[in-house]
Design a protein around this ligand. Structure first.
Ligand code: SF4
Length: 244
């Protein structure tokens, strides 16, 4: 279990937000505080790249301007629009169910077709506190490395400790929309900098407080020292320690 964010973590998160402002992705739904349009995006993004989703999302929200309009739409018409992304029937059903529930009860409860991450993003976009902790693969990877958490088995994003750590990070945001910004920043950092195989720690905005980066730096120093000692003794090479 990690401790709540210390002052140093809060400072690093401020740096992260500044980085995301410049380097983060800007799909149109991220600028919106409309749970309907954000919910449509989250369903279209399932197993699909954001750049493929953008034109289809635009068509859906232009054609069906309210949740009620999408809920009442002919399934065939929705299918025709979303089919290029694949999963046409599943997506059509999920979109229509989610829209019907939004039209009936707003974001006051869980919405069909969205996982815990999507549920939380929709709630935050509407200015509500989420009932689930939004942890996707990128967020889990960044958080684990940042706090130096490792697991022998199982998916990190499903671990209670990781969810608690993400909740702590998001809680540094004073409003749901600030929390959403922090979340998107973590997603973008995981995609652009803290990549699965090769994190770019030297250019990472949170490197000064990141346990993984600190461990790598220490390993590099130890490795260079061992190599220098081996050379001084007149032979042998130090083995390189890798941490992925
Ligand atoms: Fe990831 Fe490195 Fe940044 Fe840590 S410093 S979050 S490991 S890229």
């Amino acid at each position: 279990m990690v401790d709540p964010p210390s002052a140093v973590h809060v400072i690093e998160l401020g740096t992260l937000l500044v980085w995301a402002e410049k380097e983060g992705r800007r799909p149109p739904w991220r600028e919106l505080t409309d749970p309907y349009r954000v919910g449509v995006a989250e369903i279209l993004l399932q197993k699909t790249r954001a750049r493929d989703v953008e034109p289809v999302w635009q068509q859906v929200v232009d054609r069906f301007r309210t949740p009620q309009a999408l809920a009442n739409a002919e399934a065939g018409e929705v299918f025709t629009i979303v089919q290029p992304l694949g999963l046409g029937i599943q997506r059509t059903n999920r979109l229509k169910c989610m829209a019907a529930e939004l039209a009936a009860k707003g974001t006051s409860g869980p919405l069909s077709g969205l996982g815990p991450y999507g549920q939380a993003v929709v709630a935050l976009s509407g200015g509500r506190e989420p009932s689930s902790i939004p942890v996707d693969g990128n967020v889990a990877r960044v958080t684990c490395r940042y706090y130096g958490m490792t697991f022998d088995r199982g998916e990190p994003r499903k671990k209670p400790d990781v969810r608690a750590a993400v909740a702590h990070l998001l809680d540094t945001g004073s409003t749901p929309l600030t929390k959403l910004k922090i979340l998107y920043s973590l997603v973008d950092l995981g995609e652009a900098v803290c990549k699965p195989r090769k994190p770019s720690c030297p250019v990472c905005p949170v490197a000064p407080a990141c346990r993984f980066a600190q461990t790598c730096a220490r390993d590099a120093i130890n490795s260079r020292t061992a190599e220098a000692n081996a050379n001084a003794r007149g032979g042998g090479t130090a083995s390189e320690t890798r941490r992925i």
